[in-house]
Every structure is written in C-alpha cells, then in structure tokens.
Design a protein around this ligand. Sequence first.
Ligand code: SF4
Ligand code: SF4
Length: 432
Amino acid sequence: MRRRVRLLWPIVQRRYAGSFMSLARFLPDRSNAPALAAPWAPFTAAIPADLRDVPGERRDGAEEERVAREAPLQEFFALHREAQEFIVEHGKRYVRPVLPRLGAAIHAIRRATARQPDPARAVVADDPAELTAAVRAAAERIGISRIGFAPNDARYTFAETDAPQLPTVIVCIVEQDWAMTQTAPSDAAEMAAFHGYVEGMNRTAQLTRFLVSRGYRTIPQGFPGDGIAIHYGVQAGLGQLGLNGQLLTPEAGSRCRLLLITTDAPLVHGAPVDFGLHGVCDQCRGCVRNCPVGAIPQTRKPYRGVVKAKLNTARCLPVVVSASGCAVCMKVCPVQRYGLSAILEHREQTGEILGLGTDELEGYDWPLDGRHYGPGETPKLGDDVTRPKGLVFDPTRVAPEPGIHPITFVGDITPRRREHHDGRQVGRPASS
Ligand code: SF4
Ligand code: SF4
C-alpha cells in the first residue's frame, strides 16, 4: 500500500500542485521584493552593417515541421520529473521566501482565466491597429516592460497544455531586478528571477482582464507556460537568441522573464528583427569562456530546424541545481548589464565590446567555495557538483513517463488529444 502511494504521489501532486501553491498566498510575505523597473522606452539605436545577419533566426520551415511532427515538444519538468523534484528540493532557500507572492500570482491568473466573455456574445469588430495600440498602452500602464504579438504556432506548443490555444500569442516581458542579478550566482539573483515571474503573472492577469473586458477570450499561461517562450519572443520582434541559449532583448539581454497569453483578439502581429545581436555574440563569447562546465558551444548549428547555440543541458543542469541557479552566463553578458545601445556606442568609439575582459562584467563569486573568479577563470568542479547523487536526468528521453503530465496552472490536463486553434492535434493519444 505504502509503495502504491509513493508511486502515485507524483501524479496526484502534479494534478493539484497549482491549487496547493495558490494557498501559499495566505502565508505572511517576508520576501522583501524589489521595486519593479519602469516600462522600456522604444529601442531606436542604428545597427551597424557589420553586425547585421538576418531578422530573428535562420530557420528551415520544412525541417521545423518534420521535427515537430515526429518529436513534439514536451514540457521540461514533466519530461524530467525526477530532475524537477530534485531542483525544488535543492532550491528551497530561494523559492521558500517567494512562495506567498507566487501563490497570490497563481491565484490571480487562475481567476483571470475563469472570467471569460459569454460564448454567445456578439462578435466584436475592433480595428486591429487601434486595438493593438490600446493593448500596448494598457500594458505600459500595468507596468509590463515590453509586449509583442506573434501567431500561435502548434509546432512550439507543448504536447500537453492546460490552456486553450487561441490564435494570437501576446509575449509579455518583465525586466528582472538589475542589482540582484549582478550578484549571480547567488540565492539573491535566483530570487530576483522568481520575483520576475511573480510580477509577470500578476501583470498578465491584469492584461487578460483588460482584453476580456473588451469582449475577447484571453488566457494567460502562467509560469512555466505552455510553449517555447523564446520562440515567440523572436517572432514578435522582441530580441534574438544569444550564444547563451537565451532570448537577448536589446534593453536588458536575458535579464527578463517572459510570460505568454493567448487570445482571439484581432491584434497586429510583429515580425522578427535583426538587432545585430548575433554579431555582438560572435565578437563577445563571454558566456562561452566563463561557463564553469563548458556547456555553451562556440558556434551555432541547426537544431529542430533553427540555427542556434544549443546548450549542453546534461552538463549545465547539475551546476544550476548545486550553485544557486548558476546563471553565470547571464551575469557575464554585456547586453544584460549595459544594454545594447551602450554597447553599440562604445563599439563605435573603440571597436570593442563594452566591459569585455573586465572584472566588473566577467568576474563572479562562486557560492560553493566562496572564491572570486576573474574574467575567463572558472572553478574546478568535482563529481559532487557535476554528478550529484540522486539527480536523475536522462537527455535521451522524448516523452514523459506514463501518467505524468505537466503541472496544471490554469486549466485541466487530461491525457486526451486536444484541438489547437489552427486545427492541428496536440497532446498524447487517449491510450497513453
Ligand atoms: S547556467 Fe551556468 S552551467 Fe549552465 S550554461 Fe550557464 S554558465 Fe554554464
Ligand atoms: S555573453 Fe556575449 S556571447 Fe554570451 S549571450 Fe551575452 S553577448 Fe552573447
């Protein structure tokens, strides 16, 4: 009997995790959350010709299609359920203080999801350009750093989602606290990431309410979302992929949290933009040099139809778990620290990337030995860090174990297949 309870516990826990976590809102909040940065001004700097590549990323549509059909994307924590449990267990120091705010934010998106327009409503006939401008203005009032719009694409939706998939994805970016992030790798920096998710969920709930009040079905996805957020960030024209594998925004690099909303509102979609960030990365390579386990490749290669730098997750994950979320690759990134405008200005005057080779940018304190490492220096890591006892991570796994589904945040995940807005089937067949 006890064995059966132990085996069933992960399934039960996932089904009700969202509800359990939302109850944490009744706990006292002692997290000392940082003030949120102001919404970003438009990015206007000119991109020099020698940094230019292509708008967004190089992609092969036929290959994207083939891979999505043969190996649909899975939510990471459902696919690697044991790794997620290990991470939560080892991340208590920075997750616990944020739990009351996290619970309140989950509650906010659940409430926003539940209050939708009457399906029998008259069709609203807003002008798309005017509505898009109104949504942008509302997002700025609400305090979202930047928003963008992209078509919802079933190839980038996880095989199972608990949120209805409506035609347009609104990508909401919330800037993560600057000062806390510069202390990475540290519990404070990791806490800054969670505060970013909390603020992102609260603000996407508010933006959802705005669109619902205008008569449109609108569903926030919460954290960690139901699709590949960085894909939508690129397609909406909000940034490009860095060598560190993250979405680099011109304003704050990857020091941002991305939250997605889907809606049936007729919004004007953005398009990929060339911010010259591929060229900046090729001249910089700071994250490649400073990653403690060499998990970041020097060059981009095609992966699932997109040319990108693909991190070695099997090397990175144990370090993330052991070293307060690591994030050295975010800390040492000049775009994160100074922003692209300052980098372009400095490069025009000197030909160099701002901060490269300085301790201010590339130095960091390593939490596991208390030592400081300067530019290009990396700690020597033993097996206890690179292969911690009890961490199960199988990079060859392509589908979750039977009965394991993503944690439900806003809806109800069942093993049946569901319709994507574009008519494709996503999800596992009922027999699995
Ligand atoms: S999080 Fe740390 S280990 Fe992982 S890629 Fe970044 S620097 Fe490397
Ligand atoms: S550290 Fe340098 S190479 Fe790495 S993502 Fe940032 S700009 Fe690109």
